[in-house]
Design a binder for this molecule. Structure first.
Ligand code: FAD
Length: 412
């Protein structure tokens, strides 16, 4: 009667991670994605990288993805957070996270990894090959509506076909059509900012340094990639960002040089440039009748701290665990009490990180001299207190709170 236990709408990085977690543990999963086959694997699809915390890499290892991804992953050894002005360089008061400060099981471990999204997508698709019997992926499958009933849920595609499962998971991104169709309201606002993303080549090695540099226009993140390359996430007010990405190469590079400083040597940037409008969304409910939201469909945050995907992966691990536990007990995996366990588990982590990233952006995108002085002093102060720094490092790695089994290195 059911095409699969779980009908998963959205084969992005969160959707595929959840499909692997649930499929490995014995649930059948049908992934429906609107994009054309292989579209998300092309180089032109997504120029972004993702900063993955330790806990996210642990999940990917448990899913058989990390072994395919690791050769292309750049370890992060240092994170420098500083404020500054154009051409005058960073202020001396900064916050420095150093992997050498790790204690216990994190001793000697990098603070995280930078992976190119295209490599992560390819590794997720590669890992699916080991689960062909349990997980199927259908491309060109635009879902238009979902109809729950007492036993299951019917998912309708734009070309008229229907697929039936016990539960539907919406991992269909920030504009989630399923969230809207279910009438789930969001707290949402537009930041009026865009993130410019591009890859920069430099003549000096980066040594695994990620630099979050807060400039008057907005955060300017330099993220180390494999080789002598770094990825840029450059936040500016929307109008200025649109003007910047249209600049001729020499002019664009001179804008970059004014912000980079000499540490990376000479820089060049002749590849494509991407632009992402930035907004905040947080769903008031993560669940509805036989429906659960995961990843950006439930919450979209500012990329200032590189945490959006990390949160989505934690959703995937928690939802898989809740569904698999219910399945093993012979319970209905789409029942309201099963889904509310997922919502209760994920709410605090998601809300707190969403609020923190929002406040950070408001604080660091504010040009007032008073605010600027206060944040410089705040950074200097936080940098000087070892235990506070180490606590922040644990939270950034995702290693706090009650972790799903897959995130603690245990099997599902
Ligand atoms: C500039 C920038 C930098 C970032 N950097 C980081 C970082 O360093 N670290 C980090 O953790 N996060 C980062 N993020 C956030 C991260 O990219 C997102 O949180 C993540 O991509 C969300 O993944 P997702 O799978 O939930 O959604 P998406 O990637 O949006 O995937 C949604 C999928 O659903 C499919 N779909 C949509 N509608 C339908 C439909 N109706 N029917 C069927 N399929 C549908 C789409 O085709 C797509 O494949 C960054 C974000 C930005 C903008």
């Amino acid at each position: 009667m059911f095409d699969a236990d779980v009908i998963l709408v959205g084969g992005g990085m969160v959707g595929l991670s959840l499909a692997l977690a649930a499929g490995q543990a014995g649930l059948s999963v049908r992934v429906l994605d609107a994009a054309a086959p292989g579209a998300s694997l092309s180089e032109a699809f997504d120029g972004r990288v993702s900063a993955l915390g330790r806990v996210s890499s642990r999940l990917l290892a448990a899913l058989g993805v990390w072994r395919l991804l690791e050769p292309d992953a750049q370890p992060i050894y240092d994170i420098l957070v500083s404020t500054g002005r154009l051409r005058s360089g960073p202020s001396p008061l900064s916050l420095h996270f150093d992997y050498r400060e790790g204690e216990g099981e994190t001793a000697g471990q990098p603070l995280g990894h930078i992976v190119e999204n295209r490599h992560l997508r390819a590794a997720l698709h590669g890992a699916l090959h080991d689960h062909i019997g349990m997980i199927s992926v259908q491309a060109n499958a635009q879902v238009v509506s979902v109809a729950p009933d007492a036993q299951g849920v019917e998912v309708c595609l734009s070309e008229g076909s229907r697929v039936r499962g016990r539960i539907c998971v919406a991992a269909d991104g920030r504009e989630s059509r399923l969230r809207q169709a279910a009438g789930i309201k969001c707290v949402a606002w537009d930041y009026g900012q865009c993130g410019i993303v591009t890859t920069v080549h430099h003549t000096k090695p980066h040594g695994g340094l990620a630099h979050e540099y807060f400039l008057p226009g907005g955060p300017f993140a330099i993220l180390p990639m494999t080789g002598a390359r770094s990825s840029l996430v450059w936040t500016e007010p929307a109008g200025r960002a649109r003007a910047l990405i249209g600049l001729p190469q020499a002019h664009f590079e001179s804008e970059l040089r004014a912000r980079f400083g000499g540490q990376w040597g000479d820089i060049s940037c002749d590849g494509p440039r991407w632009i992402y409008p930035l907004s905040f969304h947080h769903a008031r409910d993560y669940v509805g009748p036989r429906l659960a939201l995961a990843g950006d469909a439930a919450h979209t945050i500012h990329p200032i701290a590189g945490q959006g995907l990390n949160l989505g992966l934690r959703d995937a691990a928690a939802l898989a665990e809740v569904l698999v536990d219910a399945h093993r007990l012979g319970l209905d995996i789409g029942a309201a009490n099963v889904l509310s366990r997922y919502q209760a588990w994920r709410r605090f982590d998601n809300v707190s990180l969403s609020v923190i990233t929002d406040l950070l952006n408001r604080l660091f995108s504010n040009a007032s001299p008073l605010v600027s002085m206060a944040r410089e002093m705040g950074l200097g102060l936080a940098g000087g207190i070892g235990p506070l720094r180490r606590l922040a490092m644990r939270h950034a790695a995702g290693d706090a709170g009650t972790l799903p089994r897959l995130l603690s290195g245990n099997p599902l």
